[in-house]
Design a protein around this ligand. Sequence first.
Ligand code: PGA
Length: 255
Amino acid sequence: MARTSLIAGNWKMFKTPREAEAFARLLVDRLTIPPGREAVVAPAFPSLVPVAAVLRESGLRLAAQNVHEERQGAFTGEVSAEMLRDAGCDFVIVGHSERRTYFGETDALINRKIASVLAVRLKPIFCLGETLAERERGETLTVISRQLKEGLKNIVPDDIRRLVIAYEPVWAIGTGKTAAPEQAQEVHAFIRSEIEGRYGSDAARRIRIIYGGSVNPGNIGKLMAERDIDGALVGGASLTVDSFAEIVNYQEVLE
Ligand code: PGA
């Protein structure tokens, strides 16, 4: 079964609402999304509503970069999954390594956030990945296995259909160091096998596992040629129209 590939641009804490809106207009004008692909942008919270209005008639989808784990309540400064759905989001990035590193997000918290996103029928983009020290100690697959197990605790098979997993080796994010395609493929295949073990072969065949970490127009083609890489989560290179458009329009490059 061919999986719809997914290219998601994570704008992080860049672009004001006005800049984001203007940028979204440029994307809508200039981007042609090839069949069998899905393209998503993730602006900061205050830009979601204006960007959603621009994207309404386009094929581009909207994601948020974070969410609170509770449904509602006295949590000053936080944003719920229901608010994100109402703002026009289809996806929510959960557990990005910057959230884990700078904001102390644990696997257990990420698990609750994934559940809150699924509860309102949005699609979580669940990020995981090892640090450089963990890779050097040979712990990559152990770390990934733990993040998967804890992140997906109590998540039922019916919900797995809406989940996207983003493998983002921490040492490759914003560093210009991409994992070699075969290095990424090894981890993607491992993630798929773990999903198969827990949720069965149908879920494993269907789930989209995307790669993130210094993806750019020059390396996307080789990454996408790997059989278990179903798309990309793009940071820096999603901030300009040309590079994001080139990534969305990648052609697979076979070695
Ligand atoms: P990068 O970021 O493409 O700038 O490395 C990727 C990410 O953080 O998702």
